[in-house]
Design a protein around this ligand. Structure first.
Ligand code: PLP
Length: 409
């Protein structure tokens, strides 16, 4: 008899975005004339940069000639031209030295943040922020690192660290030992960023407890404050305890193209039951090359074009446009009397609800009365109750229109 992996049965049904989709569809069915504006889902709206398109066209032509055709990529961890561009631009220019064999090119930070846990023992204790990007939690539930979900949707066995206005949405390390910590800065959903001093505390904690930090920097391109670190490796000692995830999705509009990478430093160790230190880098390489067969050549050529002088300029223009939306949202809502967080070094704006208003209640009101879609904070965890998340990825004219409707509410 074939048995199911019962860990999957622990997953809570009604994931956030399907529920939002259901409510929006029902509303549109009842109000077919309504012009609904989405400020909820975190997909981008601007097309790929011309430098990326040009590079990809050339790569397509290469694939059409026998002399330049490429099949499987030999290394399986990403073409050297792309890993070199990553190492030199994303790290070298910030004074961080990363070796080429510490870079693993992939098809997304979602799969990377989801898959990385697999090479660590199932008896490790996991800590996440609350609210949290749900992938970190759900993949650990699937792996069997948790008990069932409680009433508020939090799983037994996971250490939840509230990210609140009081701690600036940057949780402190817990007072007990955990083994795997997920940190995301700039943060989805709160839009918060961590300072060097705050990250240094985490690195110190991980070193002391022989823990590993999964550092999701998918939104680092949105940091404009020069004092805010883009990489956890800007903190001394971080290479001994941290894995970093980056993505071209929000940096360069690759949500549909798919290209990302992970950094697994050679200094990073994990331990056997009897305390023997094991290098993590070759184990991730083994896992990556066994279960993944590389990102397409055309995509990697496109990703490398992000690092050309033209590419850099073009993607920055797009990011500046999104951040102008963020400023417009922050300013508009502040004028209307809302308390807002984020939206300065991150494309997410975290809006505090008036006292006594629940985040799903506000979602329904916004949808029904202003025909605007937001994301209820409660969907990211109990500490998200009383907030909604807005994203800056829309078109400027839609953002303006949405703010006008909010003002008339
Ligand atoms: N990490 C965070 C924090 C995200 O918010 C997202 C996407 O919304 C991802 C990772 C996914 O990135 P990718 O498109 O590279 O899979």
């Amino acid at each position: 008899m074939i048995r199911i992996n019962e860990n999957f049965l622990k997953l809570r049904a009604g994931y956030l975005f399907p529920e939002i989709g259901r409510r929006v569809r029902a509303f549109k069915q009842e109000h077919p004339q309504a012009k609904v504006i989405s400020m909820g889902i975190g997909d981008v709206t601007q097309p790929l940069a011309p430098a990326v398109i040009e590079a990809m066209h050339k790569a397509v032509d290469e694939m059409g000639r026998r002399e330049t055709f490429r099949g499987y990529e030999d290394s399986g961890v990403g073409y050297e031209f792309l890993r070199k561009a990553i190492v030199e631009n994303d790290f070298g220019l910030r004074g961080v030295s990363i070796d080429l064999d510490e870079v693993f090119v992939s098809d997304g930070a979602k799969p990377d943040t989801g898959n990385m846990q697999e090479i660590f023992g199932v008896d490790n204790v996991v800590a996440v922020a609350d609210p949290v990007y749900p992938v970190y939690v759900d993949t650990n539930v699937m792996a069997g690192r948790t008990g069932p979900a409680g009433e508020e949707g939090q799983y037994a066995g996971i250490v939840y660290m509230p990210a609140t206005a009081e701690n600036g949405f940057v949780p402190e390390p817990p007072d007990k030992a955990v083994d795997m910590v997920y940190l995301c800065f700039p943060n989805n959903p709160t839009g918060s960023v961590a300072t060097k001093a705050q990250l240094a505390k985490w690195v110190e904690y991980a070193r002391k407890n022989k823990a590993v930090i999964f550092f999701d920097a998918a939104y680092e391109a949105y940091i404009s404050d020069p004092a805010i670190p883009h990489s956890i490796y800007e903190i001394e000692g971080a290479k001994e305890v941290a894995i970093e995830f980056r993505s071209c999705s929000k940096t360069a509009g690759f949500t549909g193209v798919r290209c990302a990478y992970s950094i697994v430093p050679k200094q990073l160790k994990a331990y056997t039951k009897d305390g023997k230190a094991v290098d993590v880098n070759p184990i991730w390489k083994r896992r990556h090359c066994t279960k993944f067969n590389g990102v397409s050549y055309i995509t990697q050529v496109g990703a490398a074009a992000i690092y050309s002088p033209q590419g850099k300029k073009q993607i920055q223009q797009t990011i500046d446009g999104y951040m102008a939306n963020a400023a417009m949202i922050r300013e508009g809502l502040t004028k209307l009397g809302y308390t807002v967080y984020g939206g300065v070094n991150a494309p997410y704006i975290w809006v505090r609800m008036p006292k006594g208003v629940g985040s799903w209640q506000f979602f329904d009101r916004l949808l029904n009365e202003a025909h605007v879609v937001c994301t209820p904070g409660a969907g990211f965890g109990p500490a998200g109750e009383g907030y909604v998340r807005l994203t800056a990825f829309g078109l400027p004219e839609s953002v303006k229109e949405a703010l006008g409707r909010l003002a008339r509410l």
